[in-house]
Design a protein. Sequence first.
Length: 301
Amino acid sequence: MENKINGCINILSSRHKCLPTCLKTMHEFWNKRYDYPVYVHYFDDIYDNEDYRSWLRSNVSENIHFISIPYSTPAFLDEKELFYNRTNIPYVRSGFTVKRKGYLHMSNFYNNLYKYPETKLHNHDYMLSVDDESIFLKEVPYDFFEVLAGMEDEMAGAIKVTYPHIKKPHEGNFQTRIGMMDHVADYVEKFNLEHKCEFIKNIVEKRDEKYFHKNFIFSDSYVFKMKLFETEEWKQWNKFLNESGGVYKFRWGDHELNSLFYHVHYGRHVYDFKTVDEGYHNQSALRGIQDLAPGVKDSKA
């Protein structure tokens, strides 16, 4: 086993049919060289079965840790404000019911994962987050954490960066970004922040939705230096985001919000590992096994 730095892997999972293949391919094609701890976070009791846990550890790695985490809707939000009750949005009418409330809790977790209750991610210096419906396809020839550690000015990277001139935004993007552009513009104006890139400058000055969607470069499956979450910039951003309730009201995705934070405070998108583009990883390979993630048990929480 190669020497390693203090890194870890984060997964929030509810697709119990997908998880074994996800973990097995990640271990075989990357993590077996490093043995970074894998934290499988989950809601309720979906992974409480000790036979399931033991089978995964014996067939993949002993360094897999299951942690059930709490969830609750912010108390200041009225039920009628939550995304699944906004029936004027076609995406909601097509099937985003209260049974999918777990997605909102999931996004809230990812936007608040540093020192989230019951978690241990903050004990590490680096973290990679992947989705449980993803797989690794062939051996990755580098250590994500080592690469990021070698870049003094970079605080984050992603294994997939989406460029709008290559993949144009679609209706699903439009309907889950409602209010997002104005939220960012309001944030920049409230704290009188310098416009560090043309994209943010134009968002603030134009407030043009078409421009926003057409030029928004966003990332997914992040690699973080955990010290990012101790910066005053992140704390300010995170507080403003939580106070807006946008994650629960409009189904804002963590991957897009993280990208916007980086655009605002660093003036660029995160480092592009190109892991997906170069054929090492498929982010939705297991969607056919178990499509929608099961909801949470307590839909009132």
